[in-house]
Design a protein around this ligand. Structure first.
Ligand code: ATP
Ligand code: GLN
Length: 145
């Protein structure tokens, strides 16, 4: 299975046909990541401006003691990418490749199972809704023949 949990029951719950790759990244790397994804046929991406703290933003706070204050929040970008299970590792690798500087604050990636995909325009569901014309699946189908 894609996800190895401590027991089979948890594995079963987490197993899905689609996953959302949720990456919290440095804002100035997002352009680079999204164009790299586009090049490999990942055409559906949602991006939001967010603020947060991890080791980078949190360290000032921890050493400073006292209370949480808003100015410790660091500007980040959240990229949400829903893909079929077989494309998950590939998308993660691409994000790692393009977003990593090696310094604290590079971000994190969360992997979330998605129960279904519905295309509003057509009412399609599941794989039909998740697939995009000229998307990664189309690209690999044409290059392998
Ligand atoms: P259409 O209905 O015209 O075929 P579509 O199914 O490709 O279009 P859009 O309506 O273009 O979907 O998508 C609307 C928004 O949904 C996009 O701007 C993007 O933010 C988000 N989105 C679409 N697909 C994905 C995906 N696979 N992962 C994350 N976000 C997505
Ligand atoms: N899995 C889709 C496809 O191959 C692409 C999904 C996406 O662009 N997020 O068509």
């Amino acid at each position: 299975p894609l996800i190895r949990a401590q027991n089979a029951a948890v594995d079963a719950i987490l197993d899905a046909e689609f996953y959302k790759v949720e990456a919290i990244l440095r804002p100035w790397r997002v352009q680079q990541v999204s164009s790299a994804l586009l090049q490999i046929g990942i055409r559906g991406v949602t991006v939001s401006d967010v603020r947060g703290f991890g080791a980078q933003g949190g360290s000032t706070e921890r050493h400073g003691g006292s209370e949480f204050s808003e100015d410790k929040l660091v500007a980040k970008v959240k990229m949400e990418i829903v893909v079929s299970k077989d494309q998950v590792e590939f998308v993660i690798d691409k994000i790692m490749e393009e977003a990593r500087t090696g310094e604290i604050g590079d971000g994190k990636i969360f992997l979330i199972p998605v129960a279904d995909v519905i295309r509003v325009r057509t009412g399609e569901r599941g794989e039909k809704a998740e697939r995009m014309t000229g998307g990664h699946a189309d690209m690999s189908a044409t290059t392998s023949t």
